[in-house]
Design a protein around this ligand. Structure first.
Ligand code: 5RP
Length: 239
């Protein structure tokens, strides 16, 4: 489930800029998605041409394969408890730098990696900046398949509308995550207190993790542009 308003050029700007935050010797969480694909490409170039020595901790099979292809050394996330930095894309970012993630279905691994990092940086193009989370993009919720019907009912009881994410190519039926689970894309009515709703969803047996990343991002690198040309800016979370 991806946003079609995004622009590959501004994603690339943000991804390339964010790759510069990685310093020699770092253990770095590497997120998932098309913006992070640009970051991985630039990181591969830095490893080859600048000789920086880093180890990446990918959040998905997709990012792991890209790191392998580009010669970026990787470590399994299950072998890590702390990271110097984690970089990841997002589907929506609000003015407090709270974020919805999981358009690529990797939010559970992404949240673990973000939580274990000393600094979590979100990398987006400016189409992802919104006034209110969840007005346009639903909240992806990873669900144990055997709990699907119950979780759907419990989420409806919260006043929300869950929709099972269905694969659009290469597979019939539900999207199955890298963890072997399903995704429900959950829409709440306008004005819902999403922080409270998130706490309630976490209490439903069968819910593995949600795509609401609250109070996790320290900064957001935003690729955009104006009449003066392309530009990248960095938003910092208020202390
Ligand atoms: C994957 C994610 C992605 O980071 C998010 O969907 C943004 O992707 P893209 O950079 O392709 O727009 O959360 O689970």
């Amino acid at each position: 489930m991806k946003d079609t308003r995004s622009n590959p050029e501004t994603k690339k700007l943000a991804g390339v800029q964010a790759a510069r935050l990685i310093q020699d010797g770092m253990l770095v969480g590497i997120g998932t998605g098309s913006t992070i694909a640009f970051l991985i490409k630039e990181l591969g170039r830095r490893v080859r041409e600048e000789g920086i020595r880093i180890t990446g901790v990918p959040t998905s099979f997709q990012s792991r394969l890209s790191c392998n292809q580009l010669g970026i050394p990787v470590r399994e996330m299950q072998d890590c408890a702390a990271l110097d930095l984690a970089l990841d894309g997002a589907d929506e970012v609000d003015p407090d730098l709270n974020v919805i993630k999981g358009g690529g279905g990797s939010q559970t691994r992404e949240k673990i990696v973000a939580a274990m990092a000393r600094e979590f940086v979100v990398v987006v193009d400016e189409s992802k900046l919104v006034a209110t989370l969840g007005a346009a993009f639903p909240i992806p919720v990873e669900v144990l398949p055997s709990g699907l019907a119950y979780v759907e009912r419990a989420i409806r009881d919260l006043g929300a509308s869950p929709a099972l994410r269905i694969a659009t190519s290469g597979k019939d039926g539900p999207v199955v995550t890298d963890n072997g689970q399903f995704i429900l894309d959950v829409r709440f009515p306008p004005g819902t207190d999403l922080r409270a709703a998130d706490e309630r969803m976490h209490r439903i047996p069968g819910v593995l993790e949600t795509g609401l990343f609250l109070d996790l991002a320290g900064k957001v690198v935003v690729g955009g542009g104006s009449a003066d040309g392309p530009a990248v800016r960095t938003l910092m979370r208020a202390k």
